[in-house]
Design a protein around this ligand. Sequence first.
Ligand SMILES: Cc1ncc(COP(=O)(O)O)c(C=O)c1O
Length: 369
Amino acid sequence: MENKVITVTSPLLPSLDDFLPYLEDIWQRKWLTNNGHYHKELEKALCDYLKVPYVSLFTNGTLPLMCALQALRITGEVITTPYSFVATSHSLWWNGIKPVFVDIDPGTCNIDPSKIEAAITPKTTAIMPVHVYGKPCDIGRIQEIADKYGLKVIYDAAHAFGVEVNGHSILEAGDMSTLSFHATKVYNTIEGGALVCHDEKMKRRIDYLKNFGFAGETTIIAPGINGKMDEIRSAYGLINLKQVDAAIDSRRQIALLYRNTLQEVKGIRFMEDMPGVRHNYSYFPIFVDSEEYGMTRDELYFKMKEGDVLGRRYFYPLISEFSTYRGLESARPENLPVAHRIADSVICLPMYHDIRKYEIERILSLIIK
Ligand SMILES: Cc1ncc(COP(=O)(O)O)c(C=O)c1O
């Protein structure tokens, strides 16, 4: 069989047969955006699926981060992780807030709670952790610190769709959580996202903020933004929600296939499931110990690329290495040794619901020497 390029991800798509009747209905209704029928339906369906009372849909996963900070009136400094997608820190920068980077835990790749307190100053108002690869942060310890110092907690849960701990949604943690429904995610609406909060009053405020701040025909409650999700992507999202459990199950089986083989490979580490957690298998990162493996991460990454397998060095470089953030005191590499080590060793292997077994074998044959 001819080798085709294996990409790191591939979107979960509704069938066109399923989608067309929804499009016909939208055409008849002639209501395309601004809290329409399918927008309301999807918010309801997501509340049920995610087991949370309030979901506010957005047009991507970055605007909910920015609006969460506005809704909670966060200012000054926010403690966050350098090991994430740039949108996490960018949302702070856009709000005029200084990100303060704290090192990560090598096991989960999430912010290391034992290092948070040392980074708190009189200007600190919140913590913005990320459930990296959908692996839950230490939410108990983070909340203890937040309570002790009177800080808010906003979780960037962009990777954590459907993740549960002991039967509870991970989205229950903190003051708010944000989701991304980007095409590359476990659950997608092409572009899209959501903000999850815990009370009706806050849900209303968020809904105003994502619609320019309008609280009525002639009332503006704050300088809001346009973060609205349209009817077409809401309908698409309703159909995709019906197939997301099957997609997560396929991903779980793919993770097992990878692990079965990779456990025999010296110098390659991967992540195991955590007890009591319903994982979503959104990514399959491996960590290369170059001495033990006999090849550096980049050598393996480019070897895979030559073999038409497109892994991703996700997250490399660290956010703290980008020019916007590099000058910050907390961005100094001495402050973030674990994050640097992980960023220099990681490759995310291709992972999506319909990757074929022979493709997994091709990927693994490039890693096994
Ligand atoms: C951790 C994290 N935060 C935020 C985002 C931003 O989401 P979006 O691309 O939907 O704006 C992403 C998306 O890729 C992400 O991975």
